[in-house]
Design a protein around this ligand. Sequence first.
Ligand code: UFG
Length: 321
Amino acid sequence: MRVVVTGGAGYIGAHVVRLLASRGDDVVIVDDLVTGVADRVAGAPIVELDLVSDRAADALSVALRGADAVIHFAARKQVAESVARPAWYYRQNVGSLAVVLEAMESAGVRRLVFSSSAAVYGATEGSRIRETEPTVPVNPYGDTKLVGERMVAASVAAWGLTAVSLRYFNVAGAGWDELGDSAVLNLVPMVFERIDRGEPPIIFGDDYDTPDGTCIRDYIHVLDLAEAHVATLDAMAQGAPRHDVFNVGTGRGYSVREMVEAIREHAGSTVPAEVRPRRAGDPAVVVADPSAIRDTVGWVARRGLDDIVTSAWSAHRFLSR
Ligand code: UFG
């Protein structure tokens, strides 16, 4: 199979590229290398391209020649930045998807896996989230993903695209040391970074309505997530065009305190965590009901907290050498 992977030099994209290449698929990466890192995918062909540049449509048409499918990861993903620069976020995330969809239509490429996010749900509370839950994003980042899903759905209806939007929960860990998350934006890399510097890990709020008062999230190992993409690609029917939307999580939540303690223990840190006030916009509990992708695609997460912490620590050590 020939697969064009936009954002294939990013943290998640590079894991998928490696899985596809290792089973013999023909992979072409399209990446602007702003947050992507070419070293992550040494050996795979990269078309260096900003998908919202003037030349994007023409260059992408060339890259799409003979392709069977597209996996579209390329996007910006910092919630705080999206609040500060909303118009830029829409141009980046929505604009680039528009270019991808138009180029796919004209090139006759009819299979798409789109990177969506649990951020489309907004402030949910309580039980495990199903895909039918109302989608009310609480920041521009989440809204760009929801608009993206709608664009994908409209393209499915219009011209025979078959697509799956995958709503990722909290992605962490590394399948290979050199593919670790180098961004230090999220809880797991943040805690490792602070432990490394001899600083206390920070817990944002311990007065939530949860058993230990800290926020609960569904942490999914990046290699499980990558396998979900490959399984989805394989399962996509060639028959009637359709758009499926699946949560990709484990269905099991861990509190921030549980995560911080697991990481401290693994790193042998004796510095206790420091509790700070709540971070604006954090819902108390975000945990997936992942049964739809299990029942339709046959994918389930196989790795647990231990694998996430061990692999993230090993990658962190490797990347900060
Ligand atoms: N947290 C801390 N201390 C830190 C960092 C984070 O206590 O140093 C807490 C946060 O307050 C939150 C939890 O850890 O309660 C997880 O925070 P992250 O920033 O790692 O992740 P979020 O759940 O906020 O968001 C992530 C992605 C988003 C995506 C969302 C979907 O970063 O892009 O999951 O649920 F939209």
